[in-house]
Design a protein around this ligand. Sequence first.
Ligand code: SF4
Length: 303
Amino acid sequence: MNEKEMIEEIQRLKKEKNAVILAHNYQIPEVQDIADLVGDSLKLSQEASKTEADVVVFAGVHFMAESAKILSPDKKVLLPVYDAGCPMADMVDAESLRIFKKEYPDIAIVCYVNSSAEVKAESDICCTSSNALKIVKSLKKDKILFVPDQNLGSYIKEQVPEKEIILWEGYCITHHRVKSIEVSAARKGHPDALVLAHPECTKAVVEKADFVGSTAQIIEYAKQSAHKKFIIGTEMGVLHQLRKDNPDKKFYLISPALTCYNMKKTSLEDIYNALKSEQYEIKVEEEIRERAFFSLDQMLKTN
Ligand code: SF4
């Protein structure tokens, strides 16, 4: 089957199974182009829960498909590549949080959505990189454990000095490896460009940025800005959307290291196989799903 035939087959199967295809901004361009919705993980899960689809194909990583299942328990949620995971989400586990809570019973646990359903279930509230500051500020408790991203956590911590925030030592292996010296080099190469960075980057990188925001906020900022050139400090998959939205603007990546291997695992063929064989179904135990839903819902109510 050539690519054109495969795309036709995907469209046919999508209708036959009443499916919706979601693609994260970090997916390869071909996968983004075939998707019904492209965006960040939470927005996609929220949108999917509003559709009448019976099947959700989530081109992303495991925790994203889990979030879709948490919000849409009656839909069949499929992750096209079984081992597409997130190393950062795997850096924290539910058992460690239970131990922590026993030792510090009065602490509030804020968990970044880039985490497993079990971790969300042990947390008081979730947050995204867009709303983390608002969520942390909204909490009545002054002592907070922020999991799993130490970089996002430390970015928020600096802005809320009145609270005691303990940081879990997790990090996104993709954003964390960008070096501050690479920002300086990119600026030297493109002196008239603005640097837009994700808060999953280290403090040394974020401090050198002109704008710090989530993937969705970076896309919006570039669209609204009168500037014509941008140096991007988030996963390279976002360049596809940025260039589509802004054909008259130029985008450069801070570093080629901004490539998430797990996000690049899903091909068009995987989407086709997912629809054809209804694989790989994501299941979340109901008791965990309800508690994880509570943490997500607390966030949505605060948002
Ligand atoms: S970019 Fe980072 S946080 Fe996102 S899936 Fe890859 S490793 Fe995980």
